[in-house]
Design a protein around this ligand. Structure first.
Ligand SMILES: NC(=O)c1ccc[n+]([C@@H]2O[C@H](COP(=O)([O-])OP(=O)(O)OC[C@H]3O[C@@H](n4cnc5c(N)ncnc54)[C@H](OP(=O)(O)O)[C@@H]3O)[C@@H](O)[C@H]2O)c1
Length: 213
């Protein structure tokens, strides 16, 4: 049995939890307000899921998914996530997160910031450019023509490999962008962002992404 610790139980966290449970994973999920606010969600998810604090969710996972607003990324429990692969869905919305100069100037990446906050973890970008509702509805069996593809990036090969396997189980092909320093290619408002694309189209969209918007 593999347990996934999910930190963030909103649109994306709940959708990843739904699909993961359906695939046979155990899920421990947390948010900022506490497990008692997740009763309805875990009841829907069934016996493979339980709610916890975000630190408990991080600690319980064989690997983790972090899916919270960027403005709160420094609240992610670094100690609980140490030694683990962490899939990072987080995007930068200045309207929500406040202006972050280094991102606007093209001097940083969102996932690089998360990796810096989690130095003992292996951060991989994942699920950041698919609308939440599509996670459970647009996956297809491996080998299906025109299968949807999603991007990952990581400074750790085993983390990118785990995302690739996880995407495949969810029904998606993978395009590996490379290290986190290149992960801006799939950040918000680039050509690859939240559009349905196959692997060839995704690779092309990544290649033509502008560094700053
Ligand atoms: N929505 C999409 O389609 C989509 C697609 C791709 C990527 N993303 C990105 O993925 C992230 C999550 O998006 P979302 O739409 O799922 O957001 P959301 O619906 O607003 O949910 C955010 C979740 O994060 C939790 N949270 C906030 N601060 C936290 C903290 N410090 N510790 C633990 N949990 C915390 C919230 O818990 P409380 O409610 O208890 O505060 C909530 O469960 C964002 O960065 C977003 O930009 C979203």
């Amino acid at each position: 049995m593999t347990t996934i610790g999910i930190i963030g139980a909103g649109h994306i966290g709940s959708q990843i939890a739904r699909k993961a449970v359906a695939l046979g994973y155990d899920v421990v999920i947390g948010n900022s307000r506490g497990p008692e606010t997740l009763t309805e969600l875990v009841a829907e998810l069934g016996p493979r899921a339980r709610a916890a604090t975000s630190a408990e969710a991080g600690a319980a996972g064989d690997f983790a998914v972090v899916t919270i607003p960027l403005k709160n990324y420094q609240e992610l429990p670094a100690e609980a996530l140490a030694g683990k692969i962490v899939i990072d869905t987080i995007n930068y919305y200045w309207e929500r997160d406040g202006r972050i100069d280094a991102l606007e100037k093209g001097e940083a990446t969102t996932s690089g910031m998360v990796q810096d906050h989690l130095p003992e973890s292996k951060v991989a970008k994942g699920f950041n450019h698919i609308p939440a509702q599509d996670i459970t509805t647009t996956g297809m069996a491996a080998g299906t023509e025109n299968r949807r593809a999603l991007a990952t990036a990581s400074d750790h090969e085993d983390a990118a490999a785990l995302v690739t396997k996880f995407y495949d189980e969810f029904g998606f092909d993978t395009v590996n962008i490379g290290g986190l320093s290149e992960s801006w290619r799939v950040e918000r408002d680039r050509p690859a962002y939240v559009v349905r694309q196959n692997a060839t189209e995704l690779a092309s969209n990544l290649a033509k992404a502008p560094r700053t918007i």
